[in-house]
Design a protein around this ligand. Structure first.
Ligand code: ZN
Length: 151
């Protein structure tokens, strides 16, 4: 099995069986994300404990990329500090947009590697918004909520 097939399988698996797909009744933060280009919608729920992410979950519907990205994001961000989350998003965004990725802090290298399956979207500019939607919603949640549109 080559890497492309493996990545495809990971995206399909997370898209069909999303992890942490649940609403939180009393999250400390939440926000909606909407990608009108593709029709993807996500709501991201975050519960912080100081500057650490105690719980992060999502609900939504949309294409496999958007759901898989949200699922992977919640798995990776759980337990991280806000600074670590920011570093991961910066690195991920650079990878999917084909930009210059900032150096990944060593403790986060494994997490960044887990996001690799999604970086194939950089060849498809329209899909970049699918892949980053949940991350934008996560950021918006921390800033105080509301709805973020990927435009
Ligand atoms: Zn999409």
């Amino acid at each position: 099995m080559d890497l492309r097939d493996l990545y495809q399988d990971i995206i399909l698996d997370h898209g069909q069986h999303p992890r942490n797909f649940r609403k939180q009744e009393q999250p400390s933060h939440f926000a909606n994300g909407h990608n009108p280009l593709c029709g993807d919608r996500v709501t991201v729920y975050v519960t912080l404990d100081g500057d650490r992410i105690r719980d992060v979950s999502f609900q939504g519907r949309g294409c496999a990329i958007s759901q898989a990205s949200a699922s992977l994001m919640t798995e990776i961000l759980k337990g991280k500090t806000l600074a670590e989350a920011e570093a991961l998003f910066a690195g991920f965004r650079a990878k999917v947009t084909g930009g210059e990725a900032p150096p990944t802090p060593a403790p986060l290298e494994d997490d960044m590697e887990r996001l690799e399956p999604l970086t194939g979207v950089k060849s498809y500019p329209a899909r970049v918004k699918c892949a980053t939607l949940a991350w934008h919603a996560f950021e918006a949640a921390l800033r105080g909520g509301a709805t973020v549109k990927t435009e």
